[in-house]
Design a protein around this ligand. Structure first.
Ligand code: NAP
Length: 550
């Protein structure tokens, strides 16, 4: 018997240090970790102690005898990762030493701007440092914390949202304060903030989207996936967005995990969504949706596709939609184009083939099209179709595989286009910004004036605005650990000072504090109880402030 990691794995890796035989891989210090879609347990070495099961924040780990039948593929995938000794490791626990602050034992005052997972992981790491007198103030422009967990994770992935529970002890910590409804740059300047703390960590995420820069991109009916995701998740700034779901076919450009989320939400059984915390306005609109077909357009082949195995698995579980490969050169076997791909990519391609080969026909369908790039979104007043080039793949000298357009084109009729080609950070006053990459320029989390430039002492960054929009929720933990390590080293070396002793709590008004957030949280959960949902989200700032007692 062994434990198995299944669909919800968030890569946080808190299961790894608790494993007494080091059988969970890849670990953060192994090269595969940065690109791993999930973590795996070696069934031959697992001693069945259950420590990982208790540590997992998103309920992704199951004893093999309790693995739900429909998730049995994850038993195979866990074993496959270690197939034939493909991964070697020492059976000694890789538990990291608990940090201590060495030379400087405080007081250290840190501000964290942004309350998503990367900000919370950084706060948790700082507050856990042994023998350090540290206080953390977290600032969030909305009245509610959560960032990507609340506004990014799809509503049908409630277990993933469970990661927020692991931040409960941080929220409750006596040295942690929450300043919701406070926007840096509006309520207090970046410079004032930097003066009041030894260090400021920017954890503001990537709230904007990349553009395609093709004709027709701004036609009615052409949207960014970013906007759609924020809309169905009840983000106050997107609740009034308008999506015409009265059309039969939608095309999504890009085939990363955001594209998969959008496809799933468009085609999900509404009764299933009704049991989640999806925003009420989205539920209402989806109830009358006419969308029956979603075409996912990837510019490269199945082997290079950005979606993860667990997300493809999720797409295959849609109750009344079939998954079909739409580019004829890729069926009957997607695997044929996967020559040389790694063993986990091959496992993912096998799943794709299986889904394509399933005989059931449903009323709805997801068509996965590969080696196609958008040339133009067609229409006069609104979207009526999309023109795509057929691509070939070229391998560069550095080994990266690029799509190159051929002369062959195809047109698909559709009434909706979503571009899901990645997120971008947004610049802030007085803080350096790398406009090309859409991130804060940094070296290992220390913000620098520009790429290759000097360090801006006391300013740090974590999460998507540090490294770009990559990885899954738990990837932010390793990212935050690196930044906190740099911050603590700078503090121990005496490089961090504060020039003002003013307490921001005395100068800010309209703050939703911890008690205010608890009141909003309780209110939303109580509303949810009435309809057997985890919560009913408030979607306007005014409603949130009222529930928070302001
Ligand atoms: P992503 O994974 O980077 O995918 C972007 C997609 O857009 C890729 O298919 C990319 O193709 C394509 N693309 C980029 N530029 C393009 C262009 N000019 N023309 C055509 N296609 C273009 O980004 P994402 O889907 O926004 O996800 C962001 C991060 O969030 C990822 O790390 C993702 O794993 C994570 N996430 C995870 C989950 C989950 O675990 N459940 C859910 C949602 C998001 P190429 O591959 O060829 O570059």
């Amino acid at each position: 018997m062994a434990y198995v990691i299944a669909q919800n794995c968030c890569n946080e890796a808190s299961c790894i240090p608790v494993c007494p035989v080091n059988c969970i891989h890849p670990t953060p210090d192994e090269p595969d970790f940065a690109t791993a879609e999930m973590l795996y347990i070696d069934p031959d070495s697992c001693i069945d102690c259950g420590a990982c099961f208790d540590a997992c924040p998103v309920s992704a780990i199951h004893p093999d005898y309790e693995l739900p039948a429909e998730q049995s593929i994850f038993g195979e995938w866990n074993a496959r990762y270690f197939d034939g000794g493909a991964v070697t490791y020492s059976a000694v626990s890789s538990s990291p030493p608990r940090r201590s602050a060495d030379a400087a034992d405080g007081p250290l005052a840190v501000a964290i701007v942004g309350s998503g997972p990367s900000g919370f992981y950084a706060a948790t790491e700082l507050l856990g440092v042994r023998s350090l007198d540290v206080s953390v103030d977290m600032f969030e422009r909305l009245p509610v914390p959560g960032g990507l967990v609340r506004f990014g994770v799809a509503p049908d992935h409630q277990d993933t949202k469970g990661v927020f529970k692991s931040f409960a002890s941080t929220l409750a910590h006596k040295n942690f304060r929450f300043f919701g409804n406070i926007e840096i740059g509006r309520d207090i300047s970046h410079k004032e903030l930097a003066a009041r703390y030894h260090a400021v960590i920017y954890a503001v995420g990537a709230s904007s989207d990349r553009r395609l820069n093709i004709p027709g991109e701004d036609l009615a009916g052409s949207h960014s996936a970013t906007e759609f995701v924020a809309w169905y998740n009840g983000h106050p700034e997107h609740r009034d967005a308008d999506f015409d779901l009265g059309v039969e076919r939608a095309v999504i450009i890009g085939n990363g995990n955001v594209a998969m989320d959008v496809a799933r939400i468009l085609l999900s059984d509404v009764d299933r969504l009704r049991t989640t915390d999806i925003a009420d306005h989205a539920l209402e609109r989806l109830t009358t949706s006419k969308v029956r077909e979603v075409v996912l357009v990837g510019r490269r082949g199945p082997s290079e596709a950005a979606f993860s195995g667990p997300e493809l698995f999720g797409l295959g579980r849609l109750e009344d939609a079939s998954v079909r490969i739409a580019s004829p050169e890729h069926y009957p076997s997607a695997i044929q184009s996967g020559a040389g791909s790694g063993r986990m990519t091959e496992a993912k391609l096998r799943l794709l083939d299986d889904l394509h080969a399933r005989p059931e026909e449903h009323d709805k369908v997801v068509r996965m099209s590969f080696l196609r790039s958008p040339l133009e979104i067609l229409g006069t007043d609104c979207v009526t179709g999309i023109r795509l080039s057929h691509n070939a793949l070229v391998t560069d000298d550095n080994g990266s595989v690029r799509a190159v357009a051929s002369d062959e084109v195809e047109e698909i009729e559709c009434g909706l286009v979503f571009r899901a080609v990645g997120y971008r950070g947004v610049p802030m006053d007085s803080v350096p910004f790398d406009d090309e990459r859409g991130v804060l320029p940094n070296v290992g989390g220390r913000i620098v004036e520009s790429a290759g430039g000097p360090v801006r002492t006391g300013l740090y960054t974590v999460g998507w605005v540090k490294r770009g929009p990559s990885g899954v929720i738990g990837s932010n933990k390793v990212c935050a650990d690196e930044t906190v390590e740099a911050l603590l080293a700078d503090f121990a070396a005496g490089r961090l000072t504060r020039t003002s002793e003013v307490d921001v709590a005395d100068e800010l008004s309209g703050v939703v504090d911890k008690a205010g957030w608890r009141a909003i949280d309780t209110h939303e959960r109580n509303l949810g109880k009435e309809s057997s949902r985890p919560r009913v989200k408030l979607t306007s700032v005014e409603e949130m402030l009222a529930a928070g007692g302001l």
